[in-house]
Design a protein around this ligand. Structure first.
Ligand SMILES: Cc1cc2nc3c(=O)[nH]c(=O)nc-3n(C[C@H](O)[C@H](O)[C@H](O)COP(=O)(O)OP(=O)(O)OC[C@H]3O[C@@H](n4cnc5c(N)ncnc54)[C@H](O)[C@@H]3O)c2cc1C
Length: 398
């Protein structure tokens, strides 16, 4: 027999964006229920390093701090980076960003995925949740039903009734599909290889990125002096790199980075992720709103995917709160449209930038590649452009 549960907002998806959304909306005074089909994250094990890391922008760190998540992350393990070196042909002729140029202490922080997740879940406290439970059938209210409720059937037999469902169910978002929201999407002909390495002569607190003709290679500094790499390589090159033994992979990597961080002393196991661009044509329907990868997925070359999702959350919480405080219907299509307008512009800007960088440095457009190569070297000499780019990196999600 089905059990009915009522709430203001049901958040579907307990990934980084969904949990942060549940916390932000609860702290804004809404009655929230969280649904996650997987298991809750295991307590973070600091004796080992998580192979997946995120570059967290200052705006995201501020949000995580307001929600009480950041103090646990900072007390456990973070790695600030104050410099970023980006180049194409020769490291000494590339771009370098310095936090000091924009008057900040850090450009961002490298944080392990498992730590973000466990610290965020630890803040849930008594927030009602259905874990190991899938959101199944979705029913949304009619556009003109002003006090209508959305209904969600869960795999544990619960019927969840909410004024608003927040779909934070990832890039394949089943809820987005059930709501009939179309997407613009294409697969990049690249895979991202991630691994952890010890390099012989990297500078402290510095992130590196080289744009190779076959895709960008990033080195993100870890707290123990190692680096996490994200090497996005054309599918054929990625397959070949994944097949190499550790010694040959280390050699290929040192050559690809032009020894800018010296030799590879130690290389850990490799994992690969297929890459795509995805953007939802709309971010809302009556009673439903999209956040995070459910609304947009981007190439990881700028390390911005989760940061954009956190910015969605901050915007959604403030838009809903402002509507409620002004005595308007906080779940109305008008309120959701105002959230959509604010986030779509910022998300599309980052999608376009990362896509242009992918294409500009890829094999397919040698003319543009050359132009951007010159551009990078030129831009390094132009302080205002550099400052603008650094501010963009600072703003992260904007
Ligand atoms: C190689 C690589 C490197 C990256 N580096 C960075 C970086 O440095 N910085 C950065 O900001 N971003 C980075 N990203 C992007 C980042 O990983 C994503 O943007 C982020 O994980 C999206 O989080 P999310 O919570 O929106 O979605 P997800 O993490 O996909 O979570 C979705 C959740 O929804 C649950 N779910 C799905 N369907 C249902 C259902 N029907 N019922 C219940 N639960 C459901 C899933 O189980 C899952 O837990 C990187 C990505 C890649 C591939």
């Amino acid at each position: 027999m089905s059990r009915r549960v009522d709430c203001d907002i049901a958040v579907v998806g307990g990934g980084p964006v969904g949990v942060v959304a549940a916390l932000a909306l609860r702290d804004a005074g809404f009655k929230v229920v969280l649904v996650e089909r997987g298991a809750a994250p295991k307590p973070f094990d600091a004796s080992r390093y998580d192979i997946r890391v995120y570059a967290i922008a200052p705006a995201s760190a501020r949000l995580l701090d307001q929600l009480g998540i950041w103090p646990e992350i900072a007390a456990t393990r973070i790695s600030p980076y104050a410099r970023m070196q980006v180049w194409q042909r020769a490291a000494e002729r590339g771009l370098s960003f310095d936090a000091a140029d924009s008057g900040a202490g850090a450009l961002g922080w490298i944080v392990e995925q498992g730590l973000i997740l466990s610290a965020a879940w630890n803040q849930l406290g008594a927030l009602p949740r259905h874990v190991g439970v899938e959101a199944l059938a979705l029913q949304l209210p009619d556009e003109d039903d002003r006090q209508g409720r959305a209904s969600l059937q869960l795999s544990d037999g619960t019927e969840l009734q909410a004024r608003l469902i927040v779909a934070a169910d990832g890039a394949d978002s089943p809820l987005r599909e059930r709501a009939g929201i179309a997407v613009t999407s294409w697969r990049y002909a690249q895979q991202a290889i991630v691994a952890q390495l010890l390099m012989s002569s990297a500078q402290a607190a510095t992130a590196y990125q080289r744009f190779l003709p076959t895709g960008p290679l990033a080195f993100l500094p870890q707290a123990d002096g190692r680096h996490s790499i994200v090497w996005s390589a054309d599918s054929e090159a990625a397959t070949a790199l994944l097949a190499l033994d550790d010694t040959s992979f280390a050699r290929a990597l040192a050559e690809a980075s032009q020894y800018a961080l010296g030799e590879v002393i130690e290389a850990g196991p490799r994992l690969a992720f297929p890459l795509r661009l995805l953007h939802a044509e709309d971010y809302h329907r009556p009673g439903l709103v999209l956040v995070g990868d459910a609304a947009h997925a981007i190439h990881p070359l700028a390390g911005q995917g989760a940061n954009l999702g956190f910015a969605d959350v901050a915007q959604l919480a403030s838009t809903l709160s402002a509507a409620r405080e002004a005595g308007r219907d906080w779940a109305s299509s008008r309120t959701l449209a105002s959230y959509t307008r604010a986030r779509k512009a910022a998300n599309l800007e980052m999608l376009a930038l990362t896509d242009a960088l992918y294409r500009g440095f890829g094999n397919s457009l040698p003319g543009l590649r050359q132009l951007l190569g010159i551009g990078l070297e030129a831009v390094n000499k132009v302080a205002p452009v550099k400052a603008l780019l650094a501010t963009q990196a600072q703003r992260g999600a904007g």
